[in-house]
Design a protein around this ligand. Structure first.
Ligand code: SAM
Length: 293
């Protein structure tokens, strides 16, 4: 991807580097907060699927630090993440029991006010499969959330708005008083991505969190609530972020190139998936390659 490719001329990509965020995703959380005040009075938060760490940066900057000893931010990802002051980091797969246990162990005797999850699998392009894997990530995040979130707490998670998404909304509604689907202005219009903003954590009567998938294995939930079309919730869908904010699909025009000085990434990837290929290319440079075409 060259410096003038469409992605690298993306206005939020460049703005992130100018403002010191590790990824353009920072603006999604900032815009959700701008409209719904999700960070107000939050001192303890978990950032699931956090790498490279721009949401953790937002949390570290905006959480109520009036009592620094109270503030706790735990960030988790499959990938290694460069350290961030004030953020406890765990490297692991959130769908694995051991990772869930490691996160929960940081909250013994305490509860989180907020759990966020911006998790996305590597998309295959097969929409049904991508949507399914995404929903499994969300359910794993929800399971961890049921162990650590305080009553009344909030959960924000990325969803793909595919064909079967209304079932997911209904499942979330079992655990939260209010579920709203929000689309920040910085989230590309062309993407089926949106965020489920779940407020007022209120698990069903008798629900005891366990390490199983909370929605399939837990016998303390009355699943009959989910049967039949009439029980499907109409979930509000709201755009968020200042209306005068940049449009997510806006790019700098190519003619602007000369006036823009590209900046280095705020935090280069620690071990990017393309590193092996780059090493191979460097090694191949030592050989003379004959072509017979
Ligand atoms: N919110 C992040 C930020 O602002 O920098 C960006 C998150 S990125 C869109 C999605 C992340 O989900 C990737 O870093 C990926 O490694 C992570 N991820 C995907 N599946 C995961 C899993 N099973 N467990 C933990 N992390 C996962």
């Amino acid at each position: 991807m060259g410096k003038s490719s469409k992605d690298k001329r993306d206005i939020y990509y460049r703005l992130a580097k100018e403002e010191g965020w590790r990824a353009r995703s920072a603006f999604k959380l900032l815009q959700i907060d701008e409209t719904f005040n999700i960070l107000k009075d939050v001192t303890k938060a978990v950032d699931l699927c956090a790498a490279p760490g721009s949401w953790s940066q937002v949390l570290a900057k905006k959480l109520d630090s009036s009592n620094a000893t109270e503030t706790k931010i735990v960030a988790v990802d499959l990938q290694a993440m460069a350290p961030l002051p004030g953020v406890i980091q765990i490297q692991g797969d959130i769908t694995k029991k051991s990772t869930a246990e490691a996160i929960i162990s940081h909250f013994e005797g305490e509860q989180a006010d907020l759990v966020v999850c911006d998790g996305a699998p590597d998309v295959t392009g097969l929409h049904d499969i991508d949507e399914f894997i995404q929903s499994q990530l969300l359910l794993a995040a929800l399971n961890i959330t049921t162990h650590i979130l305080k009553r009344g707490g909030k959960f924000v998670a990325k969803i793909f708005r595919g064909r079967e998404v209304s079932l997911l909304y209904s499942q979330l509604r079992i655990f939260f008083n209010r579920v709203t689907i929000v689309k920040p202005r910085s989230s590309r219009n062309s993407s089926i991505e949106a965020f489920a903003l779940c407020e007022g954590y209120d698990p069903p009567e008798g629900y005891t969190p366990n390490m199983m998938n909370p929605l399939l294995e837990n016998s303390s939930v009355d699943w009959s609530q989910l049967e039949g079309e009439v029980n499907r919730f109409v979930t509000p869908f709201l755009a968020c972020g200042d209306l005068s904010a940049f449009d997510s699909d806006r790019c700098y025009p190519l003619s602007f190139q000369g006036q823009y000085e590209p900046r280095e990434p705020v935090q280069p990837p620690i071990r990017p998936p393309y590193a092996d290929a780059m090493n191979l290319v460097t090694k191949m440079g030592d050989f003379h390659i004959e072509r017979h075409d």
